[in-house]
Design a protein around this ligand. Structure first.
Ligand code: HH2
Length: 278
């Protein structure tokens, strides 16, 4: 598939979606890029390090987090999207579940809607994305952030996530979003235990049955901390890079990461191995 605007070919080498959190409370970098100038500087850094696209978010989705108002979210992200769209040559993604935020960001130049609710939270979201011709990342989750980690259970997490994403693709199509503009994401850590996340990573290839590019976001997440014993989220670099590499090897077309340069370097090896498979 191709993402319009600054063109991005999805499906060749593994692409990197750099994370830009314009929030006071994101789990690994809350408050660091809340100021527009700091966010723009970080965006420049991520692109210089090799990010293929940037994901701008104004609301933390960490477990236990409370929602923010539409006005506050817009106040955080819109100046950043406006500044970056004018300056950068990579597509911008808006990480939001609110149609009004997506609409404003798309008007300001964003090209991708990253909706962690897969168009469920706001009934207008699909239409807004469709009208703008935006690409849409449909992510699987179980319930809102505040409660999603309260004892999540699955009989077969991979099958249930796959079925949930298949339903999300239908929802997108009903709203007018062309299938060719969709991407799917299993939503690591969103209503999943560490064991669920490991099953999803080990069996990520089964999501290829959905026929859409796969996005994977494991960067700095609690599962990486649990496996490596690194408690500070910002220090979970090696585990995060390993997870991105495994996801890419298992078919992820895009990895959503905070640490772009080391991930880019590691993915060069993974992509060479993928190419050698023929
Ligand atoms: N993870 C986070 C946020 N948005 N979007 C997609 N598509 N996939 C993900 O795995 C994903 C996501 C959580 O990470 P982060 O943005 O760093 O933290 P916070 O939600 O606390 O801002």
């Amino acid at each position: 598939m191709r993402i319009p605007g600054p063109e991005l070919e999805v499906g060749g080498r593994t692409l990197i979606l750099g994370v830009l959190n314009v929030t006071p409370d994101s789990f690994s970098d809350g408050g660091v890029f809340l100021d527009t100038a700091a966010a723009v500087a970080q965006a420049r850094r991520l692109v210089a390090e090799g990010a293929d696209a940037l994901d701008v978010g104004g609301e933390s989705t960490r477990p236990g987090s409370d929602p923010v108002s539409e006005a506050e979210e817009l106040r955080r992200v819109l100046p950043v999207v406006e500044a970056l769209a004018a300056e950068l040559r990579v597509p911008l993604s808006i990480d939001t579940t609110k149609a009004a935020v997506a609409r404003a960001a798309l008007r300001a130049g964003a090209r991708i809607v990253n909706d962690v609710s897969a168009l469920e939270a706001d009934p207008e979201m699909g239409r807004v994305a469709a009208d703008a011709g935006a690409a849409v990342i449909l992510m699987h989750r179980r319930g809102p952030s505040r409660t999603m980690q309260d004892d999540p259970r699955y009989a077969d997490v991979v099958a249930e996530v796959r079925d949930g994403l298949a339903a999300a693709l239908q929802r997108a199509e009903r709203a007018g979003v062309e299938r060719a503009r969709t991407l799917v994401d299993p939503g690591f850590g969103f209503g999943k235990t560490a064991a669920h996340n490991l099953s999803l990573l080990a069996r990520l290839g089964e999501l290829a049955a959905l026929g859409r590019p796969i996005v994977a976001g494991l960067s700095r997440k609690a599962t990486i901390g649990a496996l490596t014993g690194v408690t500070a989220p910002g220090a979970r670099l090696q585990g995060s890079v390993a997870a991105a590499c495994i996801a890419a090897l298992h078919g992820a077309a895009l990895v959503r990461v905070h640490d772009v340069a080391p991930t880019r370097e590691a993915l060069a090896v993974v992509d060479a191995v993928r190419a050698a498979r023929g």
